[in-house]
Design a protein around this ligand. Structure first.
Ligand SMILES: Nc1nc2c(ncn2[C@@H]2O[C@H](COP(=O)(O)OP(=O)(O)OP(=O)(O)O)[C@@H](O)[C@H]2O)c(=O)[nH]1
Ligand SMILES: [Zn+2]
Length: 213
């Protein structure tokens, strides 16, 4: 897994950016991203050389490296730290903040995720923070909410072999708020339910824990 920081710094001079140019940040080809952002600014009728925009292609390239860092992260590594505490009842972490990017418009969608599971017969659990990290791995990619929800549930099942798992994601999509149909405040709710969590009583228990604020 790649962590933060420039992978390679060269002292090159670029007419559209700062003197020291990061060639690659977290695996993102920065010169290429810079050139693309500059083109976009030109395409919408802006002047990328005016003072306020001069460093924008570089900033956006670095911001994208962070926004899409999940493309280069391995969810199995995130969940590798599991431990046996003999707990066989439901574990649920709710209201995990989600910031992701709609793959159709490349604008954010944001909200919360609730991630729960029932450990397998071995009582193996993972660290609570790892559930939030798992959400981030899949959120920091160009995404649709349904896939994000299913990927988190499936990664949990693959790594922990739990009896059951549930993931509920509630997000507002800025592509529906700030443009397009322009319906600010609408929230999309998606769920992925696996294994014993599909049983109606268990599912109802999980949902009541999620809904009960
Ligand atoms: N199912 C699903 N749809 C999404 C998600 N994010 C955005 N969308 C939708 O993707 C659709 C793309 O529709 P298109 O007709 O191809 O694009 P568009 O002309 O920009 O559509 P409008 O947003 O309606 O203006 C829109 O209906 C969006 O609301 C998501 O996570 N899941
Ligand atoms: Zn969108």
């Amino acid at each position: 897994m790649v962590t933060g920081g420039p992978d390679d710094l060269v002292g090159a001079t670029d007419p559209s950016g700062p003197t020291t140019v990061a060639r690659s940040v977290d695996g993102v080809d920065v010169p290429r991203a810079r050139a693309a952002v500059r083109e976009l600014l030109l395409a919408v009728g802006e002047d990328p050389d005016r003072e306020g925009l001069r460093d924008t292609p570089d900033r956006v390239a670095r911001a994208y490296a962070e926004t899409f860092a999940g493309l280069r992260q391995d969810p199995t590594q995130v969940l590798s730290a599991s431990f046996d505490i003999g707990h066989e009842e439901m574990v649920l972490v709710k209201d995990i903040e989600v910031y992701s990017t709609c793959e159709h418009h490349l604008v954010p969608f944001h909200g919360v995720a609730h991630v729960g599971y029932i450990p397998g017969p071995d009582g193996r659990v993972t660290g609570l923070s790892k559930l939030a990290r798992l959400v981030d791995v899949y959120a920091r990619r160009p995404q649709v909410q349904e896939r994000l929800t299913a990927q988190v549930a499936d990664a949990l099942v693959a790594a922990l072999a739990p009896r059951g798992a549930i993931v509920v994601v509630e997000c507002e999509h800025l592509c529906m708020s700030m443009r397009g149909v322009r319906k600010p405040g609408s929230r999309t709710v998606t769920s992925a339910v696996r294994g014993q969590m599909r049983d109606s009583a268990t599912r109802a228990e999980a949902m009541s824990l999620i809904i009960g604020r």
